[in-house]
Design a protein around this ligand. Structure first.
Ligand code: GLN
Length: 231
């Protein structure tokens, strides 16, 4: 087990995930081609635009690499568009990777302007309430028997997992919370000590303006930058 977590870097919210992994002191790598899978323990499929991501995955043959990686023990985490890519069923569309037995509905809350923040308890992930950012998010409408819900809200599921795959319809990487990245590290077999990490000045009504996460010293020199993405 290498302890390296990859972030699929074709389109979408890549640098935000890299910054969160760096803040936890976890070795991470951008994944753009088959060779980048070498020695990975986990792979994050970021938010972005799932049709675009799906086409790029196929064009570069990374759909096959991800499926083969999963069979070989690679852990996967899809955030928002990443969760759509992983779903076996997508309402009204052909599924992309189809690796997790869930049914999702894209853009289930409306337009980009209907994006929002919530701060909610996710007991399996952290003892304190976690800020959650939904950007033109999907809803998870059905879970297969091997899939467990981590967070259910109203009529939908917002986070779920099976043995090897985590999906969140929201974006932990766009908040100051490291809780979900720490949780995924644990799923990858890289346990990290739990601790409170949401600054007291976190504003639940903004999903873009938040205090930068301090970089772990190990990554401070060449660390990931910050940017805005995820569509
Ligand atoms: N609406 C996008 C899609 O359906 C997902 C948005 C996101 O990843 N924030 O692909």
């Amino acid at each position: 087990m290498s302890g390296i977590i990859g972030v699929l870097a074709l389109q979408g919210g890549v640098v935000e995930h890299l910054a969160h992994l760096a803040a936890l002191g976890l070795p991470a790598r951008r994944v753009r081609q088959a060779a980048d899978f070498e020695g990975l323990t986990g792979l994050i499929l970021p938010g972005g635009e799932s049709t675009c991501l799906s086409r790029l995955l196929r064009r570069y043959g990374l759909d096959r690499e991800i499926a083969a990686g999963l069979r070989a023990g690679l852990k996967l985490w899809g955030t928002c568009a990443g969760a759509i890519l992983l779903a076996r069923e997508v309402v009204g569309e052909t599924a992309s990777l189809g690796l997790m037995d869930i049914r999702v509905q894209r853009n289930a809350f409306g337009s980009q302007l209907d994006s929002f923040n919530r701060t909610l308890q996710v007991p399996a992930v952290a003892p304190e309430p976690i800020p959650l950012t939904f950007i033109r998010a999907p809803k998870i409408l059905r879970l297969g028997t091997a899939v467990s819900p981590l967070l259910e809200i109203d009529d939908y599921c917002a986070a779920a997992e099976d043995r090897d795959i985590l999906v969140t319809v929201f974006h932990p990487e766009l908040t100051p919370s490291l809780a979900f990245h720490r949780y995924f590290a644990g799923k990858c077999g890289i346990p990290l000590p739990p601790r409170e990490d949401v600054p007291a000045d976190w504003q639940a009504d903004s999903w873009v303006d938040y205090a930068p996460i301090p970089c772990h010293p190990r990554h401070a020199a060449g660390g990931a930058g910050r940017g805005r993405s995820a569509g």
